[in-house]
Design a protein around this ligand. Sequence first.
Ligand code: ATP
Length: 580
Amino acid sequence: MSEGDRLTELAKRRGFFLQSSGSYGGVAGFYTYGPQGATLKENIESAWRDRYVTREGHMEIDGPTVMPEAVFEASGHLDGFDDMIIECPECGESHRADHLVEDAPGSTVEDAEALPISEVEALFSEYDIDCPTCGTALAGEPIDDFNLMFGTNIGPGSSSPGYLRPETAQGIFVEFPQLAEYARNQLPFGVTQIGRAYRNEISPRKALVRVREFTQAELEHFIDPEEDEPPLHRVEDVVLPLYSVEQQQADDGEMQELTVREAVDEGVVADPWIAYYLGVSKGWYDRIGVDMDRFRYRQHLPGELAHYASDCWDAETEIGGDWIEVTGFAYRGDYDLAKHEKHSGEDYSVFKQYNDPITVERPTVDPDMSALGPEFGGAAGAIADELEALAERDPDAFDGETVDVTVDGESYEVAVEQTGFSVEEVTEAGEHVTPHTVEPSFGVDRLIYTVLAHAYEEDEVDGEERTYLSLPPETAPTTVGVFPLMDKDGLADRAQELARDLRAAGLEVTYDDSGAIGRRYRRQDEVGTPFCVTVDYDTLEDGTVTVRERDSTEQTRIALEAVGEQLLALRDGEQRFESL
Ligand code: ATP
């Protein structure tokens, strides 16, 4: 069984995730999180909130998942959010053409998405690519662009088209004018959103890795590109596992280990803001349970870069020999805000006040229309407009007796005295700046999948094979399993009372009194519960309980009154089990 299959089997059996609507045959790309999975997801989201909202001091919003068409016309998704689709003429199955080219035996293509369709079509013949479902040859079949957005109609009729958002980011960008007000128009400021996003993926695959409905946790950090610098000193010593373009293009390219400071100084990570977030995020991945020996930051190859991004790195995790993108870190420039400003007609800039007002010279014109009208007839209005633009663009053009202007390809000579040209001195208190955006965009489902895959362990305990998830206590869906050794002699009552107390103290608790104690441990091991507490006969005698740690299976005895406090400290990483 592959690593992925093993995980999917455990996930379904133990309530992490399962394909949804299974009674109706299931729909590819949609998953339901079971009782363990839903809590695991919540724990990862709350760790994200803690790191990127609370500790970074950013805002959080929660917008709708359906947005009107105009938003996606502006963002470019309506026209350009496409994947390449090829349909099998025999079985009718659709596939992602770029993925088939990359996966073909002997293929050296790493990023087929960046190639023109005609080249990808040619590669189908070159590599003799067959339909993965039925084996029919696909060479010569047409490849089309397929837009990934799910469309809908808002209200009855079709006059108001809308789309399920393909990323949470647009919900932040569209509200920028109001969000800037909340931030008192002070750059830099960051806005986050955790929520569902939808993409009608052509071929969903690898369980949670490529799904059609997923959760993103995105941060849009709005900065003044001229002035704002990231607080690099906070993360400058963090060592980054970097897989740069240069390393990817070298034959024996390997990862480079550089500190954040070195990566910036040596220009490996071009933008210091991106470097800052790579540094912040590394510790966070480690905290939620990503195995840092199976982790890297990979720079986008030139053809892979989105047209608006100047530098982009992905956080990738290794599962079953494949590298999976879990987060994209992009410097998006002013692309999004400028687009929304243009399409909506609203002001998407921030007014930046100078420390001291400045005096500037402003060339202006006041054309004498009573002279221009008779002289230039119907062209006079356009000539006046062009004079105004010219004064701003090239005031020296007004130095002589006449000035030449070109309107609709025709040249006109205008006497300078008829233009009313003058240079005024004006005082300016500040300027309008369109902020640039730095975006870390996390895929929560891919992180859940990674954390589960990296936590999956098998060993032998008392001569028996065991499977366990070595999840960090903070991430694990259940923190404590509480068991009575036997369901008699008052042990169950004491154990139930303890379970209630531990829940009241804020711990996630499972109570289990069925089957042999070893079986109960195994069940908790399989869902990654880090600690189990057993109430036994000694408890009735001396008021202590057995606490057992999952990975080592070590046990120790603790006084009942202290157990809640100790377990909270263990969950929050303030104490280690060995020191109990
Ligand atoms: P991919 O190239 O794998 O399709 P992408 O580059 O299009 O991903 P982004 O648009 O950068 O992805 O989205 C940000 C994050 O959202 C990704 O890093 C990933 O974790 C997550 N994500 C994107 N598409 C999916 C999907 N279909 N299923 C699950 N997670 C996804």
